[in-house]
Structure formats: C-alpha cells, structure tokens
Design a protein around this ligand. Structure first.
Ligand SMILES: Nc1ncnc2c1ncn2[C@@H]1O[C@H](COP(=O)(O)OP(=O)(O)O)[C@@H](O)[C@H]1O
Ligand SMILES: O=C(O)[C@@H](O)C(=O)COP(=O)(O)O
Length: 422
C-alpha cells in the first residue's frame, strides 16, 4: 500500500511513541529499525523509521535522515514528519534544526513548524517556552539529563543557533483563534522570510488546530502528539480508511527481563518500585570499565525463568555526575548501553521472550543488540509507550521501549500484566 506519511524519529523510544499515537487512529503503522536495506515493499500508510541519532554529530544525523527520506519517498510518501523528543533533547551542537533544514532542502519545503508539545505527558509550549508539567524545561529534571542536559527553556533560542534560516514564533494567542488564524500567521512569517516556526500548544485541541493549519506542509516536525491528529484529517479527506482488523498479539513465550539505562526522575521512581518485589542487579559503570559485563551476565543466568529480574544503571543525578567525572559523559553512556545490549542477548539466549527497556539510547542499544529490524506496534501501556512485537534471531519476542520520563511509578509491573491480557 502507498505510504501517505513518512516519519523519521531520532531515537527508538521516540519512534515507538510516534507509532503508538498514529496507531490510535486504527490506520496501519509500520516501524522500521534503521533504514531498511531492501527497497520498499508491502509498506503501510504510515511508515516510521527509527534512527539512533539524537546525540550523533550533525553530519551523521543529516546523512541518516536523508537516507531514511529517500527510502520513504520510494515507498510513495509525499508528506514527512521529523520526530524528536518532547523535551527537545539536543546539545549545543544539536541536530534537530540541521536535520529539518536538510529535509526541507531535499523536498523543496520553504517553511516548517516545531512543536514538541505532548499535553498527555505534561509537555506544553507557551510563548515559545517549553514546560514539563508546571516547570520550565530548564528547571525540570531535564536539566540533569546524562547526555543532553537542557539548560534553556526557550525553543526559539535553542533552535536559532542550529539553523541557517530565520526562526519565528506562532504563539498561543494565534493558535487559540483556530486553524485559519494560524495559517495566516504562518503565511505572514513566510513573507518575512521565516523558515522555522515554533508553535505554541498547551492542549490536544491546540494540536488539532496546528495539524489542520499545516495539513499541506510537506514537512512537519515535533514530538509525537502533533502528528496524532494527522490520521483523522486524512480519513476525513477520504484518502485513508481505518483498518477494521483488531490487533492480535502474536504468541510469545514466557520469561521476562527489565533493562533500565535511563537516569530520569521517573525511571528512578519506577526502578525503586519494581526493586521492592523482584530480584535486581545494579550496574556500576566503573566496574563495567574495569571488569566488563561478566558478573552481571552470570547473575542474570542464575535467575529462574519464572522470576522477572531487573538490571539497571539508573542512578541519581549526583551519582551519574560522579561517574561521568571519572569516565567522561560519552564513555559512561556507551559502557552502560553496550552492557545492557549484551544482557538483552543473554536474556534471550536463556529463554526470556518479554523485554521491558527503559531509556531512549538504552532502547536503541537493546534493540540493535537483539538484531531487531522491524516492530509491529501493539496497544499502549501508557501514553506514548506501546507493546511491540518483533523477531530476534528468528525468535518471537515482545518488547516495550519506555521513554525515560514516561509511564507511572508502577510502569514495569503494569507493562508485564498488560501483556498477559493481550
Ligand atoms: N549510572 C550511570 N552513570 C552514567 N551514565 C549512565 C548511568 N546510567 C545510565 N547512563 C547513561 O545515560 C544515558 C541515558 O539516556 P537514555 O537511555 O536515552 O535515557 P532517557 O530516556 O532517560 O533519556 C544512557 O546513555 C545511559 O547509558
Ligand atoms: O517525545 C518524547 O518525549 C519521547 O518520544 C522521546 O523521544 C523520549 O526520549 P527518551 O527520554 O530519551 O526516552
């Protein structure tokens, strides 16, 4: 089937988040891990390609995105979506703007919008400032993110140094007046030569207005939520129809494992809650640096299949800082990611078939280590976190990739219970 919307996500949790929200419409969504080697065939109306480029240098992120774009064009897509984090995670050498600009160049788009708002998960934008719940981004726990500490809340200021073109704002006063008013504002900004427009949104109703106003834009960019309204617009226009087929989860064997490499405030709470009732093993990056992953693997292999062990590197901001001072930020992250990837493989080889992975970079490492190339997107466990189903070296597995800050405190337990009910 021809692809109507081609999306490129900068990490794997972000990709499942987007795929899960698009799938709420009942339209088929396909999620590819990395750009497929083979040319497009048996494609879905919505195709999402997951990259692991959030912290990649600009050149690498741009070339990955352009390769993904070429594949999506080959699948028939004429409209595109660039998905990044709802907390706009990027570094001062960030690639969100450069990737958007490269895609715009490749598809001939003169303007795009930036809207990471995700009201269901507490992310809203007002006067260009991004809030996490009631806190400004730079005052939220995101200021201590291990790889992309966010120290400014103003999206226009964050974006401007990343792009060559001019940056402008369509504020909430405009969005509140509806799609026509927003379209007029976008045209006004285009007339002033503004190519990159940050758009305010505080509620789902705003996101619907934005999707309606931007329905003809070749490229939209944002978090997952602003894309959520697109399927409805395509269905209303008669371009797409809902699939009537209810989702049937494939049979997957028993045996579960929780792998957590996110150091977010919410994941810290989730790890503490799960630890109370399950065997757990804490990965120390300093030990990993000196001795490797052997001890953790041996511990995991000793766990009975009917227990659900958790292996975590999740730690407080002070603990993460102390490790980074000794090992360096990038090396600490890489050690943890490589270890969790290797442990995912060990868990699968020991017969475990259900994987809960917490953290975007972590999930990238786990999924790649498991050799997964395509995920079927199932129902959400929490907003933006669906169960997914895949083949790992010929074996059927269920896997959920939880964004660092998503899900409630009992998420790990809830996820495994939910899987039993599918
Ligand atoms: N104890 C720790 N010390 C240093 N780095 C850590 C520690 N725990 C996790 N990390 C690293 O922090 C990063 C967390 O990023 P990620 O997995 O994307 O989580 P999130 O979804 O919360 O952003 C990963 O690179 C991970 O390897
Ligand atoms: O948009 C979001 O918040 C998520 O989809 C996402 O990208 C989260 O990334 P991580 O926090 O690194 O998991």
């Amino acid at each position: 089937m021809t692809t109507h919307l081609g999306a490129i996500a900068d990490d794997f949790t972000g990709a499942t988040d987007l795929a899960g929200l698009l799938a709420r419409s009942g339209v088929a969504v396909s999620l590819r891990i990395g750009v497929p080697h083979e040319s497009p065939r048996e494609t879905a109306p919505f195709e999402v390609i997951a990259l692991k480029s959030r912290t990649a240098p600009v050149g690498e992120a741009v070339s990955g995105a352009l390769e993904a774009l070429a594949w999506l064009k080959g699948a028939g897509a004429e409209r595109f979506f660039w998905k990044y984090c709802s907390t706009f995670d990027s570094t001062s050498e960030g690639n969100i703007g450069p990737v958007a600009e490269a895609i715009m160049g490749a598809v001939g788009a003169e303007q795009t919008i930036y809207c990471p708002a995700f009201p269901e998960n507490g992310r809203s934008i007002y006067m260009g400032n991004l809030f996490v719940g009631q806190q400004l981004l730079a005052e939220s726990s995101m200021k201590d993110h291990p790889l992309t500490p966010m120290r400014d809340s103003n999206l226009c200021r964050l974006l401007a140094p990343q792009v060559k073109g001019a940056v402008g704002l369509a504020d909430h006063l405009t969005v509140a007046r509806g799609a026509e008013a927003l379209r007029t504002r976008l045209a006004e900004l285009a007339g002033e030569g503004v190519a990159h427009v940050v758009v305010d949104a505080v509620a789902d109703a705003d996101l619907r207005v934005i999707a309606e106003a931007c329905r003809d834009m070749t490229l939209m960019t944002g978090g997952s939520a602003v894309a959520m309204a697109l399927p409805e617009l395509l269905i209303e226009a008669g371009v797409l129809s809902r699939s009537d087929a209810a989702f049937h989860a494939p049979e997957v064997g028993a045996g579960a494992v929780v792998l957590s490499g996110s150091a977010s405030a919410m994941t810290n709470a989730q790890v503490a809650a799960f630890k109370a009732g399950h065997p757990s093993y804490r990965l120390d990056p300093l030990v990993l640096a000196d001795e490797g992953v052997g001890a953790a693997r041996a511990w995991l292999e000793d766990q009975p299949l009917d227990a659900t062990p958790m292996i975590y590197a999740t730690a407080t901001p002070d603990e993460v800082r102390a490790v980074q001072e000794k090992l360096g930020r990038a090396r600490a992250g890489e050690l943890v990611e490589a270890a969790l990837g290797a442990l995912a493989v060990a868990a699968r080889d020991a017969g475990r078939r259900r994987f809960v992975s917490a953290g975007g970079e972590t999930s990238g490492a786990v999924t790649q280590a498991l050799g997964v190339s395509r995920l079927d997107v199932g129902p959400e466990i929490a907003p933006g976190v669906p169960w997914c189903f895949a083949k790992s070296e010929g074996v059927d597995i269920a896997i959920t990739l939880k964004s660092g800050n998503f899900g409630a405190e009992g998420f790990f337990e809830t996820a495994l219970e939910r899987l039993e009910q599918l």
